[in-house]
Design a binder for this molecule. Structure first.
Ligand code: AMP
Length: 198
């Protein structure tokens, strides 16, 4: 049973790694970005609201995001654990997640941070924009998303460092190599470690 978070700047490969890691651990991967995108595609009221923010690279307001996560974490398939991808992104969301977990008497086992430098991330994301046509992958929006990551989400990372559950892994390299690095660090979930590439 593992309850974990994956945190990383846009373009760090966190979505891809979340899928692979959750499969290996036998837990469900929950990506707030994917849930929002599915709602945008389906033109649901949640999607219409979220889109106003996503297209500009802004965070969807907590009033919308927190409730969505609370509802998702109340479903049966999280009974064996979960890997939450893309939440929390602000310290206020950390507090909200704490309160959701406190109700069920659960706590996080490990928080994984994938790292990569901004120059590499911008190059990767501009490449992805050509392949997927994601509306938030233009250069100006990418830079704004990176600024939000440094300005807000790094404070989230700091909180989990304080709690002694953060593991940092270098996100550069082949997808398989990064997955192996991650799996080797979470074998021992309470260790705080920094694993760099070769
Ligand atoms: P991602 O796929 O994780 O990069 O998320 C794509 C977009 O969804 C973000 O740029 C935000 O607009 C929105 N989003 C995803 N997760 C959150 C969150 N925890 N809080 C606010 N907005 C979010």
């Amino acid at each position: 049973m593992t309850r974990m978070l994956i945190i990383g700047p846009p373009g760090s490969g966190k979505g891809t790694q979340a899928e692979r890691i959750s499969e290996r651990l036998g837990v469900v991967a929950i990506s707030t970005g994917d849930i929002f995108r599915a709602n945008v595609k389906g033109e649901t009221p949640l999607g219409v609201e979220a889109r106003k923010y996503m297209d500009n690279g802004d965070f969807v307001p907590d009033s919308v995001t927190n409730e969505m996560v609370r509802s998702r974490l109340s479903q049966d398939d999280v009974g064996h654990g979960f890997l939450l991808d893309g939440y929390p992104r602000t310290t206020a969301q950390v507090g909200y997640l704490d309160s959701i977990l406190a109700i069920s008497g659960h706590k996080l086992d490990v928080v994984l941070q994938l790292t990569a430098d901004d120059g590499e991330l911008v190059t990767r994301l501009l490449g992805r924009a050509k392949e997927t046509g994601r509306s938030d992958d233009t250069e100006a929006v990418i830079r704004h998303r990176l600024d939000l990551y440094h300005g807000q989400t790094e404070a989230v990372v700091a909180k989990y460092v304080e709690r002694g559950i953060l593991t940092q892994v270098d996100g550069l390299g082949r997808i398989d190599e990064v997955t192996d690095r991650v799996m080797s660090t979470i074998d021992n979930p309470l260790r705080i470690s920094v694993v760099s590439g070769s």
